[in-house]
Design a protein around this ligand. Structure first.
Ligand code: ADP
Ligand code: MG
Length: 440
Protein backbone atom coordinates (compact mmCIF):
# COMPACT_ATOMS: atom_id res chain seq x y z
CA UNK A 1 0.00 0.00 0.00
CA UNK A 2 2.61 2.50 1.05
CA UNK A 3 4.93 1.71 -1.81
CA UNK A 4 2.02 2.13 -4.22
CA UNK A 5 1.37 5.49 -2.67
CA UNK A 6 5.02 6.47 -2.96
CA UNK A 7 4.89 5.65 -6.66
CA UNK A 8 1.76 7.75 -7.02
CA UNK A 9 3.49 10.65 -5.32
CA UNK A 10 6.45 10.25 -7.61
CA UNK A 11 4.18 10.25 -10.67
CA UNK A 12 2.45 13.36 -9.38
CA UNK A 13 5.87 14.93 -8.98
CA UNK A 14 6.07 15.01 -12.76
CA UNK A 15 2.92 17.05 -12.99
CA UNK A 16 2.57 19.26 -9.95
CA UNK A 17 4.87 21.65 -8.20
CA UNK A 18 6.37 20.20 -5.06
CA UNK A 19 4.72 22.77 -2.79
CA UNK A 20 1.35 21.83 -4.29
CA UNK A 21 2.03 18.21 -3.46
CA UNK A 22 3.12 19.08 0.06
CA UNK A 23 0.01 21.11 0.58
CA UNK A 24 -2.72 19.18 -1.16
CA UNK A 25 -1.56 15.59 -1.51
CA UNK A 26 0.83 14.67 1.31
CA UNK A 27 -1.72 15.16 4.07
CA UNK A 28 -3.66 12.27 2.51
CA UNK A 29 -3.12 8.88 4.06
CA UNK A 30 -3.80 5.79 1.96
CA UNK A 31 -5.83 3.37 4.07
CA UNK A 32 -6.97 0.70 1.67
CA UNK A 33 -6.78 -0.54 -1.85
CA UNK A 34 -8.83 -3.10 -3.78
CA UNK A 35 -9.05 -3.97 -7.45
CA UNK A 36 -11.53 -1.17 -7.95
CA UNK A 37 -11.13 1.36 -5.17
CA UNK A 38 -8.39 3.20 -3.40
CA UNK A 39 -9.34 4.73 -0.05
CA UNK A 40 -7.65 7.87 1.12
CA UNK A 41 -7.99 9.55 4.44
CA UNK A 42 -8.06 13.35 4.51
CA UNK A 43 -7.76 15.69 7.50
CA UNK A 44 -11.24 17.10 6.92
CA UNK A 45 -14.01 17.57 4.44
CA UNK A 46 -12.81 20.98 3.46
CA UNK A 47 -9.50 19.52 2.40
CA UNK A 48 -11.32 17.08 0.15
CA UNK A 49 -13.30 19.88 -1.45
CA UNK A 50 -10.16 21.83 -2.23
CA UNK A 51 -8.37 18.83 -3.58
CA UNK A 52 -11.34 17.85 -5.71
CA UNK A 53 -11.47 21.26 -7.23
CA UNK A 54 -7.84 21.37 -8.24
CA UNK A 55 -5.96 18.13 -8.49
CA UNK A 56 -8.47 15.35 -8.71
CA UNK A 57 -7.81 14.56 -12.36
CA UNK A 58 -4.06 14.53 -11.88
CA UNK A 59 -4.39 12.30 -8.85
CA UNK A 60 -6.74 9.91 -10.60
CA UNK A 61 -4.50 9.66 -13.62
CA UNK A 62 -1.38 9.09 -11.59
CA UNK A 63 -3.10 6.36 -9.59
CA UNK A 64 -4.17 4.79 -12.88
CA UNK A 65 -0.63 4.94 -14.22
CA UNK A 66 0.71 3.13 -11.17
CA UNK A 67 -1.93 0.48 -10.38
CA UNK A 68 -4.49 0.82 -13.16
CA UNK A 69 -7.78 2.75 -12.97
CA UNK A 70 -9.22 2.95 -9.49
CA UNK A 71 -12.07 4.86 -8.04
CA UNK A 72 -10.85 7.32 -5.44
CA UNK A 73 -12.74 7.30 -2.18
CA UNK A 74 -12.04 9.96 0.40
CA UNK A 75 -12.73 9.63 4.07
CA UNK A 76 -12.38 12.14 6.79
CA UNK A 77 -10.01 11.25 9.58
CA UNK A 78 -12.35 11.16 12.54
CA UNK A 79 -9.46 11.25 15.01
CA UNK A 80 -8.60 14.71 13.87
CA UNK A 81 -10.88 16.42 16.33
CA UNK A 82 -8.66 19.38 16.95
CA UNK A 83 -8.12 21.63 14.01
CA UNK A 84 -11.07 22.15 11.75
CA UNK A 85 -8.65 23.25 9.10
CA UNK A 86 -4.99 22.38 9.43
CA UNK A 87 -4.17 25.96 8.52
CA UNK A 88 -0.56 25.55 7.64
CA UNK A 89 -1.49 23.27 4.81
CA UNK A 90 -3.92 25.76 3.37
CA UNK A 91 -1.91 28.58 2.03
CA UNK A 92 -2.54 30.23 -1.25
CA UNK A 93 -1.67 28.03 -4.22
CA UNK A 94 1.47 29.10 -5.95
CA UNK A 95 2.15 32.29 -4.07
CA UNK A 96 3.83 33.01 -0.78
CA UNK A 97 2.08 31.04 1.88
CA UNK A 98 0.02 33.15 4.21
CA UNK A 99 -0.10 31.19 7.40
CA UNK A 100 -3.58 32.10 8.48
CA UNK A 101 -5.42 31.59 5.22
CA UNK A 102 -8.49 29.43 5.42
CA UNK A 103 -9.31 27.72 2.18
CA UNK A 104 -7.52 27.86 -1.13
CA UNK A 105 -7.83 30.42 -3.86
CA UNK A 106 -7.94 29.27 -7.46
CA UNK A 107 -4.60 30.44 -8.89
CA UNK A 108 -5.95 31.37 -12.32
CA UNK A 109 -8.85 33.42 -11.04
CA UNK A 110 -7.11 36.79 -10.96
CA UNK A 111 -8.18 40.26 -12.04
CA UNK A 112 -5.70 40.06 -14.90
CA UNK A 113 -7.53 37.04 -16.28
CA UNK A 114 -10.98 38.53 -15.85
CA UNK A 115 -12.60 40.08 -18.91
CA UNK A 116 -14.66 43.15 -18.13
CA UNK A 117 -17.83 43.69 -20.13
CA UNK A 118 -21.09 45.56 -19.76
CA UNK A 119 -22.50 42.53 -17.96
CA UNK A 120 -20.03 42.57 -15.06
CA UNK A 121 -18.54 46.06 -15.10
CA UNK A 122 -20.17 47.20 -11.91
CA UNK A 123 -19.35 44.05 -9.95
CA UNK A 124 -15.78 44.23 -11.23
CA UNK A 125 -15.34 47.85 -10.17
CA UNK A 126 -16.78 47.07 -6.75
CA UNK A 127 -14.46 44.09 -6.42
CA UNK A 128 -11.44 46.21 -7.22
CA UNK A 129 -12.44 48.87 -4.75
CA UNK A 130 -12.85 46.26 -2.04
CA UNK A 131 -9.52 44.67 -2.89
CA UNK A 132 -7.82 48.04 -2.48
CA UNK A 133 -9.38 48.95 0.82
CA UNK A 134 -10.88 45.91 2.45
CA UNK A 135 -13.35 46.77 5.17
CA UNK A 136 -13.35 50.44 4.29
CA UNK A 137 -15.89 51.11 1.60
CA UNK A 138 -18.37 48.47 0.66
CA UNK A 139 -19.14 46.12 3.47
CA UNK A 140 -20.42 43.59 2.84
CA UNK A 141 -19.88 43.23 -0.87
CA UNK A 142 -22.65 41.02 -2.16
CA UNK A 143 -22.25 39.66 -5.69
CA UNK A 144 -25.07 37.75 -7.29
CA UNK A 145 -25.70 36.18 -10.68
CA UNK A 146 -26.51 32.94 -12.46
CA UNK A 147 -24.38 29.83 -12.66
CA UNK A 148 -21.04 30.09 -14.42
CA UNK A 149 -21.07 33.85 -14.84
CA UNK A 150 -17.88 34.62 -12.95
CA UNK A 151 -18.80 35.18 -9.28
CA UNK A 152 -16.22 32.73 -8.01
CA UNK A 153 -13.60 34.11 -10.35
CA UNK A 154 -14.21 37.65 -9.17
CA UNK A 155 -14.08 36.93 -5.45
CA UNK A 156 -10.93 34.88 -5.90
CA UNK A 157 -9.43 37.85 -7.71
CA UNK A 158 -10.20 40.00 -4.67
CA UNK A 159 -8.45 37.44 -2.49
CA UNK A 160 -5.33 37.40 -4.66
CA UNK A 161 -5.20 41.18 -4.81
CA UNK A 162 -5.60 41.52 -1.04
CA UNK A 163 -2.77 39.05 -0.45
CA UNK A 164 -0.59 40.73 -3.07
CA UNK A 165 -0.90 44.00 -1.21
CA UNK A 166 -0.60 42.49 2.19
CA UNK A 167 0.77 38.95 2.34
CA UNK A 168 0.06 38.86 6.05
CA UNK A 169 -3.66 39.47 5.59
CA UNK A 170 -5.78 36.73 7.05
CA UNK A 171 -8.20 35.60 4.46
CA UNK A 172 -10.91 33.00 4.75
CA UNK A 173 -12.40 31.72 1.54
CA UNK A 174 -15.08 29.06 1.67
CA UNK A 175 -18.41 27.96 0.27
CA UNK A 176 -21.42 28.45 2.55
CA UNK A 177 -21.85 24.71 2.39
CA UNK A 178 -18.50 24.23 4.11
CA UNK A 179 -19.47 26.75 6.76
CA UNK A 180 -22.60 24.72 7.42
CA UNK A 181 -20.74 21.42 7.57
CA UNK A 182 -18.03 22.75 9.81
CA UNK A 183 -20.60 24.27 12.12
CA UNK A 184 -22.46 20.99 12.38
CA UNK A 185 -19.27 19.17 13.14
CA UNK A 186 -18.20 21.77 15.73
CA UNK A 187 -21.57 21.46 17.43
CA UNK A 188 -21.30 17.73 17.50
CA UNK A 189 -17.86 17.82 19.00
CA UNK A 190 -18.65 20.58 21.38
CA UNK A 191 -16.09 22.83 19.81
CA UNK A 192 -18.07 25.96 19.21
CA UNK A 193 -15.51 28.24 20.80
CA UNK A 194 -12.84 27.22 18.32
CA UNK A 195 -15.28 27.55 15.48
CA UNK A 196 -16.24 31.06 16.50
CA UNK A 197 -12.72 32.24 17.07
CA UNK A 198 -11.50 30.92 13.84
CA UNK A 199 -13.94 32.88 11.74
CA UNK A 200 -13.94 35.99 13.83
CA UNK A 201 -10.21 36.43 13.59
CA UNK A 202 -9.97 36.92 9.85
CA UNK A 203 -9.45 40.21 7.98
CA UNK A 204 -11.43 39.17 4.95
CA UNK A 205 -14.15 36.56 4.91
CA UNK A 206 -15.38 35.32 1.54
CA UNK A 207 -18.45 33.15 1.83
CA UNK A 208 -19.65 31.73 -1.45
CA UNK A 209 -23.15 30.71 -2.50
CA UNK A 210 -24.96 31.96 0.59
CA UNK A 211 -28.27 30.81 -0.89
CA UNK A 212 -27.17 27.54 0.63
CA UNK A 213 -27.91 28.97 4.07
CA UNK A 214 -31.61 29.08 3.19
CA UNK A 215 -33.73 27.29 5.73
CA UNK A 216 -30.79 26.52 8.03
CA UNK A 217 -31.70 28.50 11.08
CA UNK A 218 -28.92 27.42 13.38
CA UNK A 219 -26.26 28.23 10.81
CA UNK A 220 -27.88 31.52 10.02
CA UNK A 221 -27.85 32.45 13.65
CA UNK A 222 -24.19 31.61 13.98
CA UNK A 223 -23.34 33.43 10.80
CA UNK A 224 -25.28 36.43 12.02
CA UNK A 225 -22.96 36.69 15.01
CA UNK A 226 -19.88 36.12 12.90
CA UNK A 227 -21.09 38.82 10.53
CA UNK A 228 -21.67 41.32 13.31
CA UNK A 229 -18.36 40.66 14.91
CA UNK A 230 -16.46 41.12 11.65
CA UNK A 231 -18.50 44.11 10.65
CA UNK A 232 -17.99 45.90 13.92
CA UNK A 233 -14.24 45.50 13.70
CA UNK A 234 -14.29 46.68 10.07
CA UNK A 235 -13.23 43.43 8.56
CA UNK A 236 -14.30 42.87 5.00
CA UNK A 237 -17.15 40.48 4.27
CA UNK A 238 -17.70 39.25 0.71
CA UNK A 239 -20.70 37.14 -0.24
CA UNK A 240 -21.86 35.51 -3.44
CA UNK A 241 -25.26 34.11 -4.28
CA UNK A 242 -27.35 33.06 -7.24
CA UNK A 243 -30.01 35.63 -6.37
CA UNK A 244 -30.56 39.04 -4.88
CA UNK A 245 -30.65 38.88 -1.03
CA UNK A 246 -34.35 39.69 -0.99
CA UNK A 247 -35.06 36.69 -3.21
CA UNK A 248 -33.30 34.09 -1.09
CA UNK A 249 -36.25 32.25 0.35
CA UNK A 250 -35.78 30.91 3.85
CA UNK A 251 -33.25 33.53 4.89
CA UNK A 252 -33.87 35.30 8.18
CA UNK A 253 -34.90 38.91 7.75
CA UNK A 254 -32.06 40.26 9.86
CA UNK A 255 -29.46 38.51 7.73
CA UNK A 256 -31.09 39.52 4.48
CA UNK A 257 -31.13 43.02 5.76
CA UNK A 258 -27.44 42.96 6.61
CA UNK A 259 -26.56 41.48 3.24
CA UNK A 260 -27.90 44.69 1.73
CA UNK A 261 -26.04 47.04 4.05
CA UNK A 262 -23.03 47.42 1.82
CA UNK A 263 -23.03 47.09 -1.90
CA UNK A 264 -25.06 44.62 -3.93
CA UNK A 265 -23.72 44.04 -7.45
CA UNK A 266 -25.03 41.67 -10.07
CA UNK A 267 -23.37 39.82 -12.92
CA UNK A 268 -25.48 39.27 -16.01
CA UNK A 269 -24.84 36.86 -18.88
CA UNK A 270 -22.18 38.33 -21.18
CA UNK A 271 -23.14 39.88 -24.51
CA UNK A 272 -21.62 38.64 -27.75
CA UNK A 273 -18.61 41.01 -27.72
CA UNK A 274 -17.75 40.05 -24.18
CA UNK A 275 -18.12 36.37 -25.02
CA UNK A 276 -15.69 36.79 -27.90
CA UNK A 277 -13.25 38.64 -25.66
CA UNK A 278 -13.49 35.95 -22.97
CA UNK A 279 -12.78 33.25 -25.55
CA UNK A 280 -9.77 35.22 -26.75
CA UNK A 281 -8.46 35.56 -23.22
CA UNK A 282 -8.94 31.89 -22.38
CA UNK A 283 -7.36 30.81 -25.65
CA UNK A 284 -4.35 32.94 -24.87
CA UNK A 285 -4.08 31.50 -21.36
CA UNK A 286 -4.42 27.93 -22.59
CA UNK A 287 -2.18 28.43 -25.59
CA UNK A 288 -4.92 27.53 -28.05
CA UNK A 289 -4.61 29.30 -31.41
CA UNK A 290 -8.02 30.83 -32.03
CA UNK A 291 -8.93 33.09 -34.91
CA UNK A 292 -11.50 35.82 -34.55
CA UNK A 293 -13.85 34.00 -36.93
CA UNK A 294 -13.87 30.87 -34.85
CA UNK A 295 -14.25 32.85 -31.63
CA UNK A 296 -17.22 34.65 -33.13
CA UNK A 297 -18.74 31.37 -34.27
CA UNK A 298 -18.42 29.75 -30.85
CA UNK A 299 -19.63 32.88 -29.05
CA UNK A 300 -22.72 33.02 -31.27
CA UNK A 301 -23.68 29.44 -30.55
CA UNK A 302 -22.86 29.22 -26.87
CA UNK A 303 -24.73 32.01 -25.20
CA UNK A 304 -25.70 30.60 -21.84
CA UNK A 305 -22.75 30.86 -19.51
CA UNK A 306 -19.02 31.38 -19.43
CA UNK A 307 -18.24 27.97 -18.02
CA UNK A 308 -19.79 26.39 -21.09
CA UNK A 309 -17.99 28.79 -23.33
CA UNK A 310 -14.75 27.75 -21.74
CA UNK A 311 -15.64 24.06 -21.99
CA UNK A 312 -16.33 24.40 -25.71
CA UNK A 313 -13.01 26.08 -26.28
CA UNK A 314 -11.11 23.35 -24.45
CA UNK A 315 -12.98 20.66 -26.34
CA UNK A 316 -12.15 22.38 -29.58
CA UNK A 317 -8.49 22.66 -28.63
CA UNK A 318 -8.39 18.98 -27.69
CA UNK A 319 -9.96 17.87 -30.97
CA UNK A 320 -7.61 20.00 -33.02
CA UNK A 321 -4.54 18.74 -31.25
CA UNK A 322 -5.60 15.07 -31.34
CA UNK A 323 -6.52 15.18 -35.01
CA UNK A 324 -3.55 17.45 -35.71
CA UNK A 325 -5.69 19.90 -37.67
CA UNK A 326 -6.02 23.68 -37.41
CA UNK A 327 -8.98 25.17 -35.58
CA UNK A 328 -11.37 26.33 -38.27
CA UNK A 329 -15.02 27.31 -38.27
CA UNK A 330 -15.80 23.93 -39.85
CA UNK A 331 -14.07 22.07 -37.08
CA UNK A 332 -15.88 24.19 -34.53
CA UNK A 333 -19.20 23.41 -36.16
CA UNK A 334 -18.41 19.71 -36.12
CA UNK A 335 -17.25 19.67 -32.50
CA UNK A 336 -19.99 21.90 -31.14
CA UNK A 337 -22.76 20.29 -33.14
CA UNK A 338 -22.81 17.18 -31.01
CA UNK A 339 -22.87 19.23 -27.85
CA UNK A 340 -25.59 21.56 -29.11
CA UNK A 341 -27.72 18.66 -30.27
CA UNK A 342 -27.51 16.75 -27.03
CA UNK A 343 -28.42 19.91 -25.19
CA UNK A 344 -31.48 20.45 -27.37
CA UNK A 345 -32.60 16.88 -26.94
CA UNK A 346 -32.35 17.08 -23.21
CA UNK A 347 -35.08 19.67 -22.90
CA UNK A 348 -38.49 18.06 -22.67
CA UNK A 349 -41.90 19.23 -21.55
CA UNK A 350 -41.43 17.31 -18.32
CA UNK A 351 -38.06 18.93 -17.74
CA UNK A 352 -39.61 22.35 -18.24
CA UNK A 353 -42.47 21.59 -15.91
CA UNK A 354 -40.21 20.26 -13.23
CA UNK A 355 -37.73 23.16 -13.50
CA UNK A 356 -40.62 25.61 -13.14
CA UNK A 357 -42.02 23.69 -10.17
CA UNK A 358 -38.64 23.75 -8.46
CA UNK A 359 -38.15 27.44 -9.04
CA UNK A 360 -41.56 28.45 -7.76
CA UNK A 361 -42.24 25.70 -5.25
CA UNK A 362 -45.46 24.59 -6.92
CA UNK A 363 -46.59 21.07 -7.67
CA UNK A 364 -46.74 19.62 -11.18
CA UNK A 365 -50.48 19.20 -10.72
CA UNK A 366 -50.80 22.94 -10.11
CA UNK A 367 -49.56 23.57 -13.61
CA UNK A 368 -52.36 21.58 -15.21
CA UNK A 369 -55.05 22.42 -12.67
CA UNK A 370 -57.79 24.96 -13.14
CA UNK A 371 -56.59 27.06 -10.21
CA UNK A 372 -56.22 30.69 -11.11
CA UNK A 373 -54.47 32.26 -8.15
CA UNK A 374 -51.41 34.24 -9.07
CA UNK A 375 -49.00 31.88 -7.33
CA UNK A 376 -49.85 29.21 -9.89
CA UNK A 377 -50.87 31.23 -12.94
CA UNK A 378 -47.51 32.96 -13.24
CA UNK A 379 -45.42 29.75 -13.09
CA UNK A 380 -47.88 28.10 -15.47
CA UNK A 381 -47.53 30.94 -17.95
CA UNK A 382 -43.76 30.77 -17.72
CA UNK A 383 -43.81 27.03 -18.34
CA UNK A 384 -45.97 27.56 -21.44
CA UNK A 385 -43.68 30.32 -22.63
CA UNK A 386 -40.65 28.04 -22.26
CA UNK A 387 -42.37 25.20 -24.13
CA UNK A 388 -42.97 27.62 -26.96
CA UNK A 389 -39.49 29.08 -26.90
CA UNK A 390 -37.39 25.99 -26.31
CA UNK A 391 -39.45 23.29 -28.00
CA UNK A 392 -41.15 25.40 -30.67
CA UNK A 393 -44.32 23.53 -29.76
CA UNK A 394 -47.59 24.66 -31.37
CA UNK A 395 -50.05 26.70 -29.30
CA UNK A 396 -52.79 24.03 -29.37
CA UNK A 397 -50.36 21.27 -28.38
CA UNK A 398 -49.08 23.33 -25.47
CA UNK A 399 -52.69 23.89 -24.43
CA UNK A 400 -53.23 20.15 -24.39
CA UNK A 401 -50.10 19.60 -22.31
CA UNK A 402 -51.29 22.04 -19.69
CA UNK A 403 -54.63 20.61 -18.70
CA UNK A 404 -56.46 20.94 -22.01
CA UNK A 405 -56.38 24.72 -22.29
CA UNK A 406 -57.45 26.64 -25.32
CA UNK A 407 -54.76 27.82 -27.74
CA UNK A 408 -55.75 31.45 -27.13
CA UNK A 409 -54.88 30.98 -23.45
CA UNK A 410 -51.44 29.80 -24.48
CA UNK A 411 -50.92 32.76 -26.82
CA UNK A 412 -51.89 35.06 -23.99
CA UNK A 413 -49.51 33.29 -21.56
CA UNK A 414 -46.60 33.64 -23.95
CA UNK A 415 -47.18 37.30 -24.69
CA UNK A 416 -47.80 38.24 -21.06
CA UNK A 417 -44.58 36.52 -20.07
CA UNK A 418 -42.63 38.26 -22.81
CA UNK A 419 -44.01 41.63 -21.80
CA UNK A 420 -43.26 41.09 -18.11
CA UNK A 421 -39.72 40.11 -18.94
CA UNK A 422 -39.25 43.38 -20.81
CA UNK A 423 -40.75 45.45 -18.03
CA UNK A 424 -39.30 43.77 -14.99
CA UNK A 425 -35.60 42.81 -14.88
CA UNK A 426 -36.14 40.75 -11.74
CA UNK A 427 -38.82 38.72 -13.48
CA UNK A 428 -36.61 38.36 -16.52
CA UNK A 429 -33.77 37.09 -14.36
CA UNK A 430 -36.09 34.52 -12.80
CA UNK A 431 -37.24 33.18 -16.15
CA UNK A 432 -33.67 33.06 -17.38
CA UNK A 433 -32.65 31.19 -14.30
CA UNK A 434 -35.21 28.48 -15.07
CA UNK A 435 -33.92 28.37 -18.60
CA UNK A 436 -30.34 28.01 -17.44
CA UNK A 437 -31.33 25.27 -15.02
CA UNK A 438 -32.71 23.43 -18.05
CA UNK A 439 -29.54 23.93 -20.01
CA UNK A 440 -27.18 22.68 -17.34
P1 ADP B 1 -19.90 31.27 -10.88
O1 ADP B 1 -19.15 31.24 -9.59
O2 ADP B 1 -20.64 32.54 -11.10
O3 ADP B 1 -20.78 30.08 -11.08
P2 ADP B 1 -17.26 31.04 -12.06
O4 ADP B 1 -16.60 32.21 -11.45
O5 ADP B 1 -16.93 29.70 -11.54
O6 ADP B 1 -18.85 31.23 -12.07
O7 ADP B 1 -16.99 31.11 -13.64
C1 ADP B 1 -17.04 29.97 -14.48
C2 ADP B 1 -15.86 29.99 -15.42
O8 ADP B 1 -15.99 31.09 -16.29
C3 ADP B 1 -14.55 30.17 -14.69
O9 ADP B 1 -13.59 29.36 -15.30
C4 ADP B 1 -14.22 31.63 -14.91
O10 ADP B 1 -12.82 31.83 -14.98
C5 ADP B 1 -14.87 31.93 -16.22
N1 ADP B 1 -15.30 33.34 -16.31
C6 ADP B 1 -16.49 33.83 -15.94
N2 ADP B 1 -16.57 35.15 -16.19
C7 ADP B 1 -15.38 35.49 -16.73
C8 ADP B 1 -14.82 36.73 -17.21
N3 ADP B 1 -15.53 37.87 -17.19
N4 ADP B 1 -13.57 36.72 -17.69
C9 ADP B 1 -12.87 35.57 -17.73
N5 ADP B 1 -13.33 34.38 -17.31
C10 ADP B 1 -14.57 34.33 -16.81
MG1 MG C 1 -19.21 29.87 -8.00
Amino acid sequence: MNSVWDDVLAALGQRLASQEIDKCIRPLVPVGITSSVIRLQAPNKFFIDCLSEQHLTALRECVASVVGPRQLRFEVNSNNQGELFPLKSFARSGGKPSAAALGTLVPKHTFANFVVGANNQFAHAAAQAVAKQPGEQYNPLFIYGGVGLGKTHLVNAIGHAVLDRNPAAQLAYLPAETFVNELISALRRDRMEQFKNRFRRVDVLVLEDVQFLAGRERTQEEFFHTFNSLYETRRQIILTSDTFPKDIAGLAERLRNRFEWGLVADIQPPDIETRIAILGKKAELEGIPLSHDVAAFVATHIDSNVRELEGSLLRLGAHASLQKVPITVDLAREVLDAALKSKRQLVTVDAIRSAVCTQFSVRPTDLISKRRTRDVTVPRQIAMYLCRKLLQASFPSIGTLFGGRDHSTVIHAVSVTERRMKEDPGFQATVERVERALAS
